[in-house]
Design a protein around this ligand. Structure first.
Ligand code: 13P
Ligand code: SF4
Length: 305
Protein backbone atom coordinates (compact mmCIF):
# COMPACT_ATOMS: atom_id res chain seq x y z
CA UNK A 1 0.00 0.00 0.00
CA UNK A 2 2.75 2.42 1.04
CA UNK A 3 4.83 1.50 -2.02
CA UNK A 4 1.90 2.19 -4.33
CA UNK A 5 1.32 5.57 -2.68
CA UNK A 6 5.02 6.43 -2.81
CA UNK A 7 5.08 5.64 -6.56
CA UNK A 8 2.10 7.93 -7.13
CA UNK A 9 3.78 10.69 -5.11
CA UNK A 10 6.98 10.32 -7.18
CA UNK A 11 4.99 10.64 -10.44
CA UNK A 12 3.17 13.76 -9.21
CA UNK A 13 6.47 15.22 -8.06
CA UNK A 14 7.90 14.93 -11.59
CA UNK A 15 4.70 16.24 -13.15
CA UNK A 16 4.79 19.41 -11.01
CA UNK A 17 8.60 19.76 -10.77
CA UNK A 18 8.16 19.52 -7.00
CA UNK A 19 10.58 18.92 -4.15
CA UNK A 20 9.66 17.45 -0.76
CA UNK A 21 11.36 19.05 2.26
CA UNK A 22 10.90 17.48 5.70
CA UNK A 23 11.84 18.48 9.22
CA UNK A 24 13.79 16.05 11.41
CA UNK A 25 10.70 15.56 13.66
CA UNK A 26 8.51 14.23 10.83
CA UNK A 27 7.13 10.66 10.96
CA UNK A 28 9.74 8.10 9.78
CA UNK A 29 8.04 7.36 6.43
CA UNK A 30 7.95 11.09 5.59
CA UNK A 31 11.64 11.54 6.44
CA UNK A 32 12.41 8.55 4.19
CA UNK A 33 10.31 9.98 1.36
CA UNK A 34 11.76 13.50 1.47
CA UNK A 35 14.33 14.86 -0.99
CA UNK A 36 15.88 16.77 1.89
CA UNK A 37 15.50 16.40 5.62
CA UNK A 38 16.90 18.96 8.03
CA UNK A 39 16.62 21.48 10.83
CA UNK A 40 14.92 24.88 10.43
CA UNK A 41 18.12 26.55 9.16
CA UNK A 42 18.97 23.79 6.68
CA UNK A 43 15.40 23.72 5.38
CA UNK A 44 15.35 27.50 4.90
CA UNK A 45 18.59 27.34 2.92
CA UNK A 46 17.23 24.49 0.76
CA UNK A 47 13.96 26.35 0.17
CA UNK A 48 15.90 29.41 -1.00
CA UNK A 49 18.22 27.37 -3.27
CA UNK A 50 15.94 24.86 -4.97
CA UNK A 51 14.95 25.32 -8.60
CA UNK A 52 11.74 23.33 -8.14
CA UNK A 53 8.45 25.10 -8.94
CA UNK A 54 6.59 23.51 -6.03
CA UNK A 55 7.82 22.89 -2.48
CA UNK A 56 5.86 20.39 -0.40
CA UNK A 57 6.80 21.39 3.12
CA UNK A 58 6.50 18.50 5.58
CA UNK A 59 6.76 20.43 8.80
CA UNK A 60 4.74 23.17 10.50
CA UNK A 61 3.30 26.44 9.21
CA UNK A 62 6.09 28.86 10.21
CA UNK A 63 8.57 26.72 8.25
CA UNK A 64 6.40 26.83 5.11
CA UNK A 65 5.93 30.60 5.58
CA UNK A 66 9.71 31.04 5.78
CA UNK A 67 10.01 29.18 2.45
CA UNK A 68 7.39 31.53 0.90
CA UNK A 69 9.23 34.59 2.21
CA UNK A 70 12.53 33.38 0.74
CA UNK A 71 11.07 32.04 -2.54
CA UNK A 72 7.88 33.98 -3.35
CA UNK A 73 7.83 32.79 -6.97
CA UNK A 74 7.42 29.16 -5.85
CA UNK A 75 4.23 27.39 -4.79
CA UNK A 76 4.70 26.27 -1.18
CA UNK A 77 2.31 23.58 0.07
CA UNK A 78 1.65 22.45 3.63
CA UNK A 79 -0.01 19.00 3.41
CA UNK A 80 -2.08 19.66 6.57
CA UNK A 81 -3.29 23.22 6.97
CA UNK A 82 -3.67 22.77 10.74
CA UNK A 83 -0.01 21.86 11.30
CA UNK A 84 0.97 24.88 13.41
CA UNK A 85 3.49 25.55 16.17
CA UNK A 86 1.99 26.57 19.54
CA UNK A 87 5.31 28.22 20.48
CA UNK A 88 5.15 30.42 17.37
CA UNK A 89 1.58 31.40 18.32
CA UNK A 90 2.63 32.56 21.81
CA UNK A 91 3.41 36.09 20.65
CA UNK A 92 1.45 38.29 18.24
CA UNK A 93 2.76 41.22 16.21
CA UNK A 94 0.72 43.57 18.46
CA UNK A 95 2.35 42.18 21.59
CA UNK A 96 5.79 42.60 20.02
CA UNK A 97 4.96 46.20 19.00
CA UNK A 98 4.00 46.89 22.66
CA UNK A 99 7.31 45.46 23.82
CA UNK A 100 9.20 47.62 21.30
CA UNK A 101 7.41 50.72 22.62
CA UNK A 102 8.60 49.84 26.14
CA UNK A 103 12.20 49.35 24.95
CA UNK A 104 12.63 51.90 22.13
CA UNK A 105 16.46 51.44 21.90
CA UNK A 106 16.32 47.66 21.62
CA UNK A 107 17.10 45.50 18.59
CA UNK A 108 14.63 42.64 18.10
CA UNK A 109 15.76 39.07 17.47
CA UNK A 110 13.00 36.59 16.77
CA UNK A 111 13.32 32.83 16.76
CA UNK A 112 12.27 31.38 13.40
CA UNK A 113 9.45 29.66 15.32
CA UNK A 114 7.27 32.78 14.95
CA UNK A 115 4.63 34.10 12.56
CA UNK A 116 5.52 36.05 9.40
CA UNK A 117 3.95 39.16 11.05
CA UNK A 118 6.26 38.84 14.08
CA UNK A 119 9.27 38.40 11.77
CA UNK A 120 8.22 41.56 9.93
CA UNK A 121 8.44 43.46 13.26
CA UNK A 122 11.92 42.04 13.98
CA UNK A 123 15.41 43.18 13.02
CA UNK A 124 16.97 39.72 12.94
CA UNK A 125 15.66 36.19 12.74
CA UNK A 126 17.58 33.16 14.05
CA UNK A 127 17.25 29.42 14.49
CA UNK A 128 18.55 27.32 17.36
CA UNK A 129 21.58 26.57 15.13
CA UNK A 130 22.77 30.17 14.80
CA UNK A 131 21.05 32.16 17.60
CA UNK A 132 24.33 32.60 19.52
CA UNK A 133 26.17 33.86 16.42
CA UNK A 134 23.32 36.23 15.54
CA UNK A 135 23.28 37.80 19.03
CA UNK A 136 27.09 37.95 19.13
CA UNK A 137 27.05 39.94 15.88
CA UNK A 138 24.97 42.75 17.45
CA UNK A 139 26.44 45.95 18.95
CA UNK A 140 27.14 45.60 22.68
CA UNK A 141 25.60 48.98 23.47
CA UNK A 142 22.11 48.02 22.28
CA UNK A 143 19.58 46.15 24.44
CA UNK A 144 18.12 43.04 22.74
CA UNK A 145 14.53 41.82 22.80
CA UNK A 146 14.44 38.05 22.16
CA UNK A 147 11.11 36.38 21.28
CA UNK A 148 9.22 34.09 21.69
CA UNK A 149 11.11 31.19 23.35
CA UNK A 150 12.38 31.97 26.84
CA UNK A 151 14.34 28.70 27.06
CA UNK A 152 16.30 29.32 23.86
CA UNK A 153 16.70 32.92 25.06
CA UNK A 154 18.17 31.75 28.38
CA UNK A 155 20.67 29.53 26.51
CA UNK A 156 21.67 32.40 24.19
CA UNK A 157 22.02 34.80 27.11
CA UNK A 158 24.35 32.37 28.90
CA UNK A 159 26.51 31.66 25.81
CA UNK A 160 26.82 35.31 24.78
CA UNK A 161 27.03 36.69 28.36
CA UNK A 162 24.40 39.28 27.45
CA UNK A 163 21.19 40.18 29.23
CA UNK A 164 18.25 39.65 26.90
CA UNK A 165 14.73 40.98 27.29
CA UNK A 166 12.78 37.72 27.06
CA UNK A 167 9.19 36.86 26.20
CA UNK A 168 7.71 34.03 28.32
CA UNK A 169 7.04 31.61 25.42
CA UNK A 170 7.98 27.93 25.51
CA UNK A 171 7.61 24.71 23.50
CA UNK A 172 5.09 22.40 25.15
CA UNK A 173 6.92 19.35 23.74
CA UNK A 174 10.36 20.20 25.12
CA UNK A 175 9.18 21.29 28.58
CA UNK A 176 7.75 17.76 29.05
CA UNK A 177 11.35 16.56 29.46
CA UNK A 178 12.35 16.92 33.11
CA UNK A 179 15.53 16.98 35.18
CA UNK A 180 14.50 13.57 36.61
CA UNK A 181 14.19 12.13 33.09
CA UNK A 182 17.83 13.02 32.44
CA UNK A 183 19.00 11.76 35.85
CA UNK A 184 17.16 8.44 35.35
CA UNK A 185 18.43 7.97 31.80
CA UNK A 186 22.00 8.76 32.91
CA UNK A 187 21.73 6.26 35.79
CA UNK A 188 20.72 3.55 33.27
CA UNK A 189 23.28 4.59 30.64
CA UNK A 190 26.22 6.12 32.53
CA UNK A 191 28.48 6.26 29.45
CA UNK A 192 25.94 7.92 27.20
CA UNK A 193 26.32 11.46 25.84
CA UNK A 194 23.27 13.62 26.54
CA UNK A 195 22.25 15.79 23.58
CA UNK A 196 19.54 18.34 24.39
CA UNK A 197 17.76 20.93 22.27
CA UNK A 198 18.09 24.54 23.56
CA UNK A 199 14.27 24.67 23.82
CA UNK A 200 14.57 22.37 26.88
CA UNK A 201 14.31 23.94 30.32
CA UNK A 202 17.42 25.27 32.09
CA UNK A 203 17.75 22.37 34.63
CA UNK A 204 17.62 19.82 31.78
CA UNK A 205 20.23 21.74 29.82
CA UNK A 206 22.46 22.01 32.90
CA UNK A 207 22.59 18.18 33.06
CA UNK A 208 23.29 17.74 29.33
CA UNK A 209 26.62 17.39 27.53
CA UNK A 210 25.71 18.99 24.20
CA UNK A 211 23.10 21.68 23.43
CA UNK A 212 22.36 21.46 19.73
CA UNK A 213 19.80 22.11 17.00
CA UNK A 214 18.40 18.93 15.43
CA UNK A 215 20.73 19.26 12.42
CA UNK A 216 23.72 19.73 14.74
CA UNK A 217 22.67 16.59 16.68
CA UNK A 218 22.81 14.56 13.45
CA UNK A 219 26.26 15.92 12.61
CA UNK A 220 27.57 15.44 16.16
CA UNK A 221 26.41 11.78 16.32
CA UNK A 222 27.96 11.05 12.90
CA UNK A 223 31.33 12.47 13.99
CA UNK A 224 31.34 11.04 17.53
CA UNK A 225 32.98 7.78 18.60
CA UNK A 226 30.41 7.34 21.42
CA UNK A 227 28.15 4.30 21.28
CA UNK A 228 25.21 5.57 23.35
CA UNK A 229 23.29 8.83 23.31
CA UNK A 230 20.41 10.16 25.40
CA UNK A 231 18.23 12.37 23.23
CA UNK A 232 16.41 15.29 24.89
CA UNK A 233 14.24 16.55 22.07
CA UNK A 234 11.24 15.46 19.98
CA UNK A 235 11.69 11.72 19.43
CA UNK A 236 11.12 11.80 15.64
CA UNK A 237 14.81 12.58 15.14
CA UNK A 238 15.75 9.17 16.59
CA UNK A 239 14.65 7.52 13.32
CA UNK A 240 17.33 9.33 11.29
CA UNK A 241 19.93 9.10 14.06
CA UNK A 242 19.50 5.29 14.02
CA UNK A 243 19.49 5.04 10.22
CA UNK A 244 22.66 7.08 9.90
CA UNK A 245 24.45 5.47 12.86
CA UNK A 246 23.41 1.81 13.01
CA UNK A 247 26.31 0.97 15.35
CA UNK A 248 25.12 3.38 18.09
CA UNK A 249 22.18 3.35 20.51
CA UNK A 250 19.84 6.32 20.90
CA UNK A 251 17.65 6.51 24.00
CA UNK A 252 14.84 9.07 24.27
CA UNK A 253 15.05 11.13 27.49
CA UNK A 254 11.24 11.06 27.55
CA UNK A 255 9.17 8.96 25.13
CA UNK A 256 6.28 11.41 25.48
CA UNK A 257 8.24 14.22 23.81
CA UNK A 258 6.16 14.03 20.62
CA UNK A 259 5.07 17.09 18.63
CA UNK A 260 1.46 16.41 17.59
CA UNK A 261 1.62 19.11 14.92
CA UNK A 262 4.65 17.57 13.22
CA UNK A 263 2.86 14.22 13.24
CA UNK A 264 -0.17 15.59 11.37
CA UNK A 265 1.68 15.00 8.08
CA UNK A 266 1.04 11.55 6.55
CA UNK A 267 1.86 9.90 3.20
CA UNK A 268 -1.81 10.24 2.17
CA UNK A 269 -1.77 13.97 2.92
CA UNK A 270 1.45 14.42 0.91
CA UNK A 271 -0.24 12.62 -2.01
CA UNK A 272 -3.40 14.77 -1.77
CA UNK A 273 -1.25 17.85 -1.43
CA UNK A 274 0.51 17.15 -4.75
CA UNK A 275 -2.64 15.95 -6.46
CA UNK A 276 -4.73 19.04 -5.62
CA UNK A 277 -1.87 21.51 -4.98
CA UNK A 278 -3.15 22.13 -1.46
CA UNK A 279 -2.76 23.83 1.01
CA UNK A 280 -0.91 26.74 -0.51
CA UNK A 281 0.78 28.94 2.09
CA UNK A 282 0.87 32.65 1.28
CA UNK A 283 2.24 35.74 3.01
CA UNK A 284 0.97 39.27 2.18
CA UNK A 285 3.52 41.22 0.11
CA UNK A 286 4.11 44.03 2.68
CA UNK A 287 4.70 41.51 5.50
CA UNK A 288 6.89 39.37 3.24
CA UNK A 289 9.24 42.20 2.30
CA UNK A 290 9.75 43.28 5.92
CA UNK A 291 10.12 39.69 7.20
CA UNK A 292 12.64 38.87 4.45
CA UNK A 293 15.12 41.42 5.81
CA UNK A 294 15.15 39.62 9.18
CA UNK A 295 15.35 36.17 7.55
CA UNK A 296 18.17 37.13 5.17
CA UNK A 297 20.32 37.82 8.23
CA UNK A 298 19.48 34.37 9.61
CA UNK A 299 20.49 32.60 6.41
CA UNK A 300 23.69 34.65 6.08
CA UNK A 301 25.03 34.26 9.64
CA UNK A 302 26.06 30.62 9.70
CA UNK A 303 26.80 28.82 12.95
CA UNK A 304 30.42 28.20 13.94
CA UNK A 305 31.11 24.47 13.37
P1 13P B 1 15.54 22.83 14.84
O1 13P B 1 15.73 24.07 14.05
O2 13P B 1 16.65 22.52 15.78
O3 13P B 1 15.28 21.66 13.91
O4 13P B 1 14.27 22.99 15.76
C1 13P B 1 13.00 23.27 15.27
C2 13P B 1 11.95 23.09 16.26
O5 13P B 1 10.78 23.30 16.01
C3 13P B 1 12.34 22.68 17.59
O6 13P B 1 11.24 22.37 18.32
FE1 SF4 C 1 6.77 24.01 17.72
FE2 SF4 C 1 7.73 22.58 19.75
FE3 SF4 C 1 6.57 21.34 17.70
FE4 SF4 C 1 8.99 22.50 17.44
S1 SF4 C 1 8.47 20.74 18.72
S2 SF4 C 1 7.26 22.65 16.03
S3 SF4 C 1 8.73 24.30 18.78
S4 SF4 C 1 5.57 22.76 19.15
Amino acid sequence: MNNELIEKIEKLKQQHNAVILAHNYQPAEIQDLADFCGDSLGLSIKAAETDADVIVFCGVKFMAETAVILSPQKTVLLPDELAGCPLADMITADQLRDMKRKHPDALVVCYVNSSAEVKAESDYCCTSANAVEVVNSLPKARPIIFVPDQNLGQFVSERTERDLILWPGYCHVHVVITEDDIKNAKAKHPDAIVMAHPECTEPVKALSDQLLSTGQMLRFAAESKAKQFIIATEIGIIHTLKTQNPQAEFVPANEKAICPNMKRITLEKVFWSLQDLQYEVTVPQDVRIKAKKAIDMMVEILPVK
